[in-house]
Structure formats: structure tokens, C-alpha cells
Write a protein of this length. Structure first.
Lengths: 351, 387
């Protein structure tokens, strides 16, 4: 039993954190929000230099060959810095698809090295989501149709942008016609792969929500320590302290749920899907409470465009419902615990 | 990260499971807050000790098994799974013993630990006073040095298990001129000394689960002091974060309750589903109990690798006490109009939930109120300014 990350995993996470601390300041986020594409090629290039786009790509295709546990730490940082990029869709989810699609070596050879190098974006259209993130900017769209997976260029589809309150999210409705030319994966594999992608996206968002929760807590603490009323920092008042303490409690008890889900997915453990759903529900609650309580600690400033908090709150509110909303994930947990013969109670947490 | 048990850990689980299957009383014991129940629970402590199961984390030479924290968690899982009796000597084994091991002399360890392990001495705690609850540094009960004795005068209150316990540990003001957390000493004393009056306090459930203790010139030998004179505050606090944070309430307790709650819900699903928020609360209960278990395993693994636990232990206290309330409130909602029935009622099948519901009300108060825990988190974990 060892519920800790190893030194290499921590070192990689620390390197990413140090890099983002410098490169992804809130001012950069604001600037990127305002651009037409909502994306920064410069930032994507630097993320690639850090090895993030190559993480999941096997070494045979110029990648690093890391797993879900390595990713979960990096995803937390992507959340903490609210990186305006659907990096995870390309470098984590699409790579998982390519890695596990039945024997299509040509596709792997074409796309994996480019993903590793950070030179392409891939957008995913799974029926669990009403929209496709970053479809306009993508070099390739991977879309599910009756469990089959199809690949096409954005130019082959009609894209209708649906603006999100989180301006770093670029959501599109994709109108397209499946054909023999677009078909790349049969339904029997496509369904299982789709489920695997939903699980990993769920985990990725859970980890990002943890990072976002921590960032919103940190912003709340900073504000409460500096802002003075009645001659004292408002953070010295118990009513403010206790709300922020509640956020810390939520984060503290969501973390191990997220980490365990990452371990279960990496090891293909039975029940991993339920663990991922649990992780997203726990991290989502932490992020929602962090948003509400940090906004409250900010006072009127929390309701402004000017305070940085807004960017992190909006990201959290938006992704909390992506890749399965609370209802979807709660139903998966409920199906598991209310099933006849479900293993419940002490001593069955690890099997 | 490796989330599997080792072979020795699996064997440990099999061993305690087999022992409990043989030994756990078929009939539930009466509450340990009755005279009869206290005696029965004391006997059970002796039975546990005969199998060397009463204090698994202690070193072998004082009656333990030298178990690490993972083994302790396994022990607790099997213990709660088996429906074994509550631990009447919890104050001694889980709160005092770690403190004794860190600060006690060899003589004190030999004198107190083996008798604690076998249930010969049941311990009560003496922290709170009428004027010192959450503000524990306001302690006034005096222990004034007179030669090789301390003379104790004053009052303690909310002293858990004190009605029938044998010994008491607590903080006393040994320097009469001191204020706040200075000048306090940590003293151990038998509750049958001349000058001690114990007045039981009836709890919410009607039973005397704690007591007031009055001291009138009670003479306690100096060798009963734990650690240096005047160092009592430091000693009381030193182990609070680590052991108390982790060991006061093991996750198995709440996982067992969550399982029973799922079963209760399924048995009453037709009526319960008339209010969908009940189902939601059951799901949340299970998830939170699981989260508490995962968090505790994670902490245990971090500690095993030389990590520290500080103010995070205050997050535990808040989390489990609020979870316990949620689970019992949800059960009461499912039980509806039968929830109020006492054990003596003809159909008393739901009484366990009512009893647990009453006890859950105490969770956010004892061992440092949740308000105090939130202050600790805000100031020591988050770095917010002191009030």
C-alpha cells in the first residue's frame, strides 16, 4: 500500500508548475480571452517544449509514454492556471484513442508524432457533449456516430460557434455527414473506446477542478489578508475564516478520490468508471464551494470583471458540466452502490 | 502509487477476522454508560487483550503488536465489520497512550500501559472546566506542589466515562501565578482518591456518559506527573495533531454506517423515493465515507514515508462529524414516524439509528468544536491573520 506519487511524478509536476507560474499569469489569460481564436500559439509551443503534448504518446512515436497518474498531477496545474487551451483533448484523450484503436498503424504514424511535437490540435465530438471544443482550430475532428468513430477535417463540416461564459472555451456545433471516407473505427470498438474516453475526460476535469478550487481559495485568502475593514484585515474575522476553511476541507477530501480514480484507470481496475465519476462529483463540489465562498470573501470585487477570480470561477462552472453533468455521474455512482450484491462497508475500498 | 495490500497485510486481516468471528458476543452488550454495560465492556477489553488485539499499534512489550498505521486501518475495518462492542477504554488507548509513549518515563509506561491494555484501568479525561471549554487555556483547577505531592483543588467537567472509570488524565494549573497556557502540568490520578467527588451528568440519551469532578485537597504523588512541570500545554498539544487527528475516529466506523444506510434505504425505497433528496443524501453519504477512508489511507502512507500531519487533522474532525450527522439525519428521514421509538418500544428495530442520531449531535462539539477546528485551519493551514 503506497498512496503517494513517486519522485519523478512530483518532479515533472513541479517543473510544469514552475513554468506555468511564469508563463500563465492572469494578464496573459485576459489577453488570450480577447483574441479571435482564444488560443495562443506561443503558449502551445512552450507547453510542447515542456513535454506536455508528448506525455501520453508512446516512445516509438517520439513521445514520453506516461500514464494517467502522471497526467492527473499535470491536469491539476492546468486547472490552477486555467490554461486557455483544450490541450487535454489532444494530448491526453485523442492520444488514448489512437493508442487503443484497432491496428490502424497509418493513423498512428500520421498523427502521434505531430501531437508529440505540439504541432496539431485534435477535437473530439462525443455524444455526451452537445458541442465540440476547439473544432474550428483543429487539424482533425474525431467524431462518434452510432458508436463508430469518424475522422474529418473541419472544412468538411459546418461549424456553428456557441459562445460560452468562459471565454477561453471555444464551443462549436458540428454538422457533418458520415461516409466511408470518414469512417475509421467500427462500432464495437468505438463504444468501448468512447467509454474509456468519457472516463479519462471525467478524471481530467476532476483534476482541473481541484486545481481551480485551490486557485480560487488562494485568491480568496490573498484578498481577505489584504482588504481591511473596521481597522483589520477581513481575514481575521471568523465569519470569513470559516468560509475559507470550508473550502480547504472540500479540497482535502476530494484529492484522494481523484488520485485513486487515476490509479484505477491506469491499472484498468474494475469499477474505475464509478471512481472517476465519484472523483468529478467530489472535485466539482470543492470547486463550486470555492467559487461561491471566494467570491463572498472578495465582496463586491468578486462580482467584477476586473478581479482575476472571475476567470477561474467561469472555467469551473463551465467544465463542471462537461463530459457528463452531475446527474450523469451521480447516476453512475448510484447504479454501483444500489446494485444487488454491491460490495459496501469497511474493508472493500481497495480490492 | 500502489493501492494493493501486501501479503502480510492480507494475513493480518485474515487473522483478526477469524479471531473476531470466534469471539464477538452474539448479543450486543448493554451501553457502556450503564454500570452493567461498563463492566461488560471492561471484560470485553480483557478478552481483546487475551488475543493481543486491544492495542495493536503499541509496541509488543507493553501489550501491543507493533502494528503500523495501515495494519491499524485493517484492524479497524474488520472490527467495525464484525459488529464488535464499542471501545470503553478509547480515551486511554488512543489518546493517553500515544502521549505516554512520547513523554512518559520508562517507569510510567510499565506502570500504566499494560493495565490499560487489559482493561484493568479504564481512563477518563479531564480537560474541560466550567470556565474552560473551547478556551482550554483558561484552566483554573489547581495542582499546587506540597513536598512530593500535588494538592488538587477545583473542578473538571464533561469528563467522558468518568462515572465508572478508574483513572483520570488531564491538565491542571501547577503554577498558581501563571496565566493561559503557561504553568500547566499534565497529571494522571486514580479517581478513588480521598477528596474526589464525581457527579454524573445525564446526556441527551438519558445515560450518565460524562461527569463533573470536584477536587477538595486531593493529594497526588509527584511521580504521577507526565513530562516536566509547567509543560502540560505542550504535551497535550503535541500528540493532538498526529494521533488524535488520525485515530480518534477511524473511517471504518463511517463506512459501516454508510453501508447500513444504503441497506435501510433499499429496504424502504418505495416510501423513501417519494422525496428524491433522500436518495441524493444516501449517495452523498456513501461517497463521503469512501472519501474519508481514502484520505486516511493517503495520510497513513504519507506519514509512513516520513511526512507530517499538522492542521490538516482539523479537516478530519469537521469532515467526519458532519458526515455522521448527514447519515443519521438521512436515516431518521427514511424511518419517518417510527424514528422516535426508544429501545423499550415494542418495535425497537430502528433504535440503533436514533441512538446514533443523538450521538452524532455531539460530534461537531467534542474533541474541539468545529468552530475551533475552522479557526485552526484558517490560521495554521491557510495563513489567515489571528483574530
Amino acid at each position: 500500500m503506497d498512496f503517494t506519487f513517486d519522485g519523478q511524478q512530483i518532479a515533472f509536476r513541479d517543473a510544469v508548475r514552475k513554468f506555468l507560474m511564469v508563463e500563465a499569469a492572469p494578464e496573459m489569460l485576459r489577453e488570450t480571452w480577447e483574441t479571435e481564436s482564444g488560443r495562443s500559439h506561443e503558449l502551445r509551443g512552450k507547453l510542447a517544449d515542456q513535454g506536455i503534448t508528448a506525455m501520453s504518446v508512446p516512445e516509438a512515436f517520439d513521445g514520453i509514454g506516461l500514464g494517467d497518474l502522471d497526467w492527473v498531477l499535470v491536469q491539476q496545474e492546468l486547472g490552477y492556471y486555467a490554461i486557455p487551451d483544450s490541450l487535454s483533448d489532444t494530448a491526453y484523450l485523442a492520444v488514448h484513442l489512437f493508442n487503443h484503436m484497432p491496428a490502424d498503424v497509418a493513423l498512428k504514424r500520421e498523427w502521434l508524432p505531430k501531437i508529440a511535437a505540439g504541432s496539431v490540435r485534435i477535437a473530439l465530438g462525443h455524444p455526451i457533449n452537445p458541442f465540440v471544443s476547439d473544432a474550428q482550430l483543429a487539424d482533425l475532428l474525431l467524431l462518434w456516430h452510432d458508436n463508430e468513430i469518424h475522422a474529418l477535417k473541419p472544412a468538411q463540416a459546418e461549424l456553428i460557434r456557441h459562445p460560452s461564459i468562459d471565454q477561453s472555451r471555444r464551443l462549436y456545433e458540428v454538422k457533418w455527414t458520415p461516409s466511408r471516407q470518414t469512417y475509421i473505427c467500427p462500432a464495437r470498438n468505438g463504444r468501448d473506446l468512447g467509454n474509456a474516453i468519457v472516463d479519462r475526460a471525467t478524471l481530467a476535469i476532476a483534476a482541473q477542478l481541484l486545481g481551480l478550487a485551490q486557485r480560487m481559495l488562494d485568491l480568496g485568502i490573498d484578498h481577505a489578508a489584504q482588504r481591511k475593514q473596521f481597522g483589520k484585515p477581513i481575514g481575521s474575522f471568523q465569519a470569513v475564516k470559516h468560509q475559507l476553511a470550508d473550502v480547504a476541507v472540500k479540497i482535502e477530501f476530494a484529492k484522494p478520490v481523484v488520485f485513486r480514480a487515476a490509479h484505477a484507470l491506469e491499472q484498468n481496475k474494475p469499477g474505475a468508471s464509478v471512481m472517476a465519476s465519484h472523483a468529478k462529483l467530489a472535485a466539482g463540489e470543492a470547486a463550486r464551494v470555492a467559487a461561491r465562498n471566494s467570491l463572498q470573501a472578495h465582496g463586491a470585487m468578486g462580482y467584477t470583471w476586473e478581479a482575476d477570480l472571475q476567470m477561474f470561477m467561469k472555467r469551473a462552472w463551465a467544465i463542471d458540466a462537461a463530459w457528463g453533468d452531475q446527474t450523469f455521474h451521480k447516476r453512475r455512482v448510484a447504479d454501483a452502490i444500489f446494485a444487488d450484491g454491491a460490495a459496501l462497508g469497511p474493508g472493500v475500498t481497495f480490492t | 502509487m500502489r493501492l494493493e495490500y501486501t501479503e502480510p497485510q492480507r494475513r493480518f486481516r485474515a487473522e483478526i477476522r477469524a479471531w473476531l468471528e470466534q469471539q464477538v458476543p452474539q448479543q450486543a452488550l448493554p451501553s457502556f454508560d450503564t454500570e452493567e454495560g461498563f463492566a461488560a465492556h471492561r471484560a470485553w477489553e480483557g478478552q481483546l487483550a487475551s488475543g493481543c488485539w486491544s492495542a495493536v499499534t503499541w509496541p509488543k512489550d507493553v501489550g501491543g503488536r507493533g502494528a503500523d498505521l495501515i495494519e491499524w486501518l485493517i484492524f479497524e475495518e474488520e472490527y467495525w465489520r464484525s459488529g464488535a462492542p464499542l471501545r470503553v477504554n478509547q480515551n486511554g488507548i488512543f489518546l493517553l497512550a500515544p502521549t505516554l509513549m512520547e513523554f512518559g518515563t520508562d517507569e510510567q509506561k510499565k506502570r500504566f500501559l499494560p493495565r490499560m491494555a487489559t482493561g484493568k484501568d479504564i481512563w477518563a479525561q479531564g480537560w474541560s472546566e466550567p470556565g474552560a471549554g473551547s478556551d482550554m487555556a483558561a484552566i483554573r483547577c489547581k495542582a499546587v506542589r506540597d513536598g512530593d505531592h500535588y494538592v488538587i483543588n477545583g473542578q473538571k467537567t464533561w469528563s467522558t466515562r468518568a462515572v465508572w472509570a478508574d483513572w483520570l488524565f488531564g491538565l491542571f494549573r501547577s503554577d498558581p501565578n501563571s496565566v493561559r497556557h503557561h504553568g500547566l502540568s499534565f497529571v494522571l490520578l486514580p479517581l478513588n482518591l480521598p477528596g474526589i467527588t464525581i457527579r454524573p451528568i445525564r446526556q441527551l440519551n438519558g445515560l450518565p456518559g460524562f461527569a463533573e469532578i470536584f477536587f477538595d485537597n486531593v493529594r497526588v504523588p509527584v511521580e504521577n506527573r507526565l513530562g516536566e512541570e509547567g509543560a502540560g500545554w505542550h504535551i497535550a498539544m503535541a500528540t493532538a495533531g498526529f494521533e488524535r487527528g488520525l485515530m480518534l475516529r477511524s473511517p471504518a466506523r463511517f463506512q459501516q454506517t454508510a453501508k447500513l444506510l444504503v441497506n435501510l434505504y433499499k429496504q424502504n425505497q418505495t416510501s423513501a423515493d417519494a422525496d428524491p433528496s433522500i436518495r441524493d443524501a444516501v449517495i452523498k453519504s456513501w461517497m463521503s465515507a469512501e472519501a474519508y477512508a481514502l484520505a486516511t489511507y493517503r495520510t497513513a502512507c504519507r506519514l509512513a514515508k516520513g511526512g507530517q500531519i499538522g492542521a490538516e487533522s482539523s479537516t478530519n474532525k469537521i469532515f467526519w462529524s458532519e458526515l455522521d450527522l448527514l447519515m443519521h439525519e438521512t436515516a431518521m428521514r427514511i424511518l419517518g414516524a417510527r424514528g422516535e421509538l426508544m429501545a423499550q418500544a415494542e418495535d425497537a428495530s430502528s433504535y440503533g439509528w436514533l441512538d446514533g442520531f443523538l450521538f452524532a449531535q455531539a460530534g461537531p462539539i467534542y474533541a474541539g468544536t468545529n468552530e475551533i477546528q475552522r479557526n485552526i485551519i484558517a490560521e495554521r493551514m491557510l495563513g489567515l491573520p489571528r483574530s
